[in-house]
Design a protein around this ligand. Structure first.
Ligand SMILES: Nc1ncnc2c1ncn2[C@@H]1O[C@H](COP(=O)(O)OP(=O)(O)OP(=O)(O)O)[C@@H](O)[C@H]1O
Ligand SMILES: [Mg+2]
Length: 225
């Protein structure tokens, strides 16, 4: 099967005061090139944890995560970081922008990690900021932006490198209806026009419905509906 991202029998627990919290309990997932998948689930069900594992930002207890045909569990931190920079775009729930960098520098950060900043990339960064409605805010620091504006900077950063896989954790969570709709359209356009595979964590049934596939995370496992 030609999946670009897959998980097999993934288990993940956290040590918490007084014991162990089992969050994922043998979870399976896969997504094809150019498909979009929504993941819904109650608060605390493990959606953000799962995206971190998909991105190889945290280790799993057992099972396997694969990017394309490559199982990532054997990779060291350096290889993971290098591959992640070119294969994945990430929109975190809490944005993770760098406070000392302007909006434009934050967007360009993705290119810096991947080791390719040139005039063309800068033009694209500006174009993307414009697309998310922040064309006139490129010199602004995140601390002086609203939550929704930061989120949009994070979306622009995530797609700067044209990653084949985009993981987005509530990318419309802090946006008003109109801006949320525009951001979602932009993400879906990437899926359609550039064959990006989009994994979208959302609480919104409306945005979930716009995806090709629908998953529910409950009791530590994903089921497709
Ligand atoms: N580093 C950690 N140490 C201990 N517990 C953690 C850690 N990270 C997450 N958890 C716990 O794992 C569970 C899943 O958290 P997660 O953030 O993945 O949920 P979520 O589905 O994204 O929730 P939300 O919809 O509110 O964003 C929660 O109970 C959380 O407290
Ligand atoms: Mg979350």
């Amino acid at each position: 099967m030609d999946s670009v991202l897959s998980a097999r029998a993934v288990r993940k627990s956290f040590l918490i005061p007084g014991g162990q919290l089992e969050v994922l309990r043998g979870l399976d997932f896969s997504i094809r090139k150019g498909a979009s998948a929504s993941i819904r689930g109650e608060s605390g069900s493990g959606k953000s944890t799962l995206l971190h594992l998909f991105a190889g930002l945290e280790g799993i207890d057992s099972g396997e995560i694969s990017w394309g045909n490559d199982a990532i569990s054997g990779w060291n931190a350096r290889r993971l970081a290098a591959e992640r920079a070119v294969r994945l775009g990430l929109v975190f729930q809490s944005y993770h922008l760098v406070g000392e960098m302007t909006a434009l520098e934050n967007v360009l950060f993705a290119a810096r990690i991947a080791g390719r900043v040139d005039a063309q990339v800068k033009d694209r960064a500006r174009f993307l900021l414009d697309r998310v409605g922040l064309g006139n805010r490129e010199r602004q620091l995140p601390g002086k932006m609203s939550g929704g504006e930061r989120q949009r900077v994070a979306v622009a950063r995530a797609i700067l490198n044209n990653p084949p896989i985009l993981l987005a954790d509530e990318p419309t969570g802090n946006l008003d209806e109109k801006t949320g709709e525009a951001t979602m359209q932009m993400l879906l356009q990437l899926v359609e026009e550039q064959g990006v595979s989009l994994v979208l964590v959302t609480h919104s049934p409306h945005f979930a419905k716009a995806c090709d596939e629908h998953w529910l995370l409950h009791d530590g496992v994903l089921t497709k509906s």
